[in-house]
Design a protein around this ligand. Structure first.
Ligand SMILES: NC(=O)c1ccc[n+]([C@@H]2O[C@H](COP(=O)([O-])OP(=O)(O)OC[C@H]3O[C@@H](n4cnc5c(N)ncnc54)[C@H](O)[C@@H]3O)[C@@H](O)[C@H]2O)c1
Ligand SMILES: O=C(O)C1=N[C@H](C(=O)O)CCC1
Length: 250
């Protein structure tokens, strides 16, 4: 018995890669390719049991609500999620008509990136300073990357749990934002460069030493094993799962 899969954002860089991967994967069957202008209904989903969303930050939350209403489990790789949008999905999934439905949202499906997030959170308590530098292709529409936001949140939570105060920083004047975005107290810098795909470096510093943790996705193939794992495992979990790490023994 194969699992019927729909891809939303099927014409995009990730969507088209995922369509090919689903067609190639044993036990998965691609039954629908949806993109801009296609309505999400049980008819257009064409019998899908699981839908994968790789669209744009502006539309992904609405897609997830429509997919849950249409009766499918959902795997989301699109970025741009906030605590508020996660909360609305949790509320939706708690309604009786959505009983048993599952949604998994992950900012990064590449194993190396998932491990960087995990290692950075583990290391964070031992360092006075921590910053995140993400580097992506120039066609990316959002900054900072969803992965960088999640990494900074993980570092900040680990620092708070360890009782660390703010990172040391004497900057008093920064009219042009040279110190980058600040996510829960952690500075995040975004580079957009032709030739890149998806990269991130976490730098952690103490007096006289530095730890650098880096991931490089040179090709979108790096995301595919994680997406396929999520498609295979999402159904039956129930509710909202955030992060591929929840499916790995980390
Ligand atoms: N989680 C991960 O591992 C991972 C990996 C790569 C990219 N991403 C994220 O995935 C998203 C997509 O990235 P991309 O490089 O494939 O972008 P892309 O621009 O190449 O593709 C987006 C696709 O979504 C379509 N789209 C836009 N609005 C739509 C709508 N309302 N309904 C259906 N389709 C719609 C577009 O037409 C386009 O084909 C981004 O948020 C990116 O950050 C995540
Ligand atoms: O290519 C993109 O866009 C990517 N976005 C994700 C993010 O914002 O974290 C992850 C990897 C690629």
């Amino acid at each position: 018995m194969s699992t019927a899969v729909a891809v939303v954002g099927a014409a995009g860089r990730m969507g088209s890669t995922v369509c090919q991967a689903v067609e190639d994967a044993e036990g998965l069957e691609l039954v629908a390719r949806l993109d801009t202008g296609d309505e999400i209904t049980s008819e257009t989903l064409n019998g899908a049991e699981v839908a994968v969303d790789f669209t744009v930050p502006d539309v992904t939350e609405a897609n997830v609500h429509a997919l849950v209403d249409a009766g499918v489990d959902v795997v989301v790789g699109t970025t741009g999620w906030s605590e508020e949008s996660y909360g609305r999905v949790r509320e939706h999934l708690a309604r009786p008509e959505a009983a048993g439905r599952s949604v998994l949202i992950a900012p990064n499906f590449a194993l190396s990136a998932v491990l960087v997030m995990s290692f950075a959170a583990k290391a964070a308590r031992y360092f006075e300073s921590a910053e995140v530098i993400e580097l992506h292709h120039p066609n990316k529409v959002d900054a900072p990357s969803g992965t960088a936001v999640a990494t900074a949140q993980g570092i900040a939570a680990a620092r708070a749990e360890a009782g660390l105060g703010p990172v040391p920083d004497a900057t008093r004047s920064d009219p042009d934002g040279a110190r980058g975005a600040v996510v829960n107290g952690i500075h995040v810098h975004a580079v957009r460069l032709r030739g890149l795909t998806a990269h991130e470096e976490v730098v952690l510093g103490n007096e006289g030493e530095q730890l650098t943790i880096r991931t490089d996705s040179f090709d979108r193939a790096s995301f595919i094993p994680g997406v396929v794992l999520a498609v295979r495992e999402v159904s039956g979990r129930g509710g909202l799962t955030i992060g591929l790490d929840k499916l790995l023994d980390l």
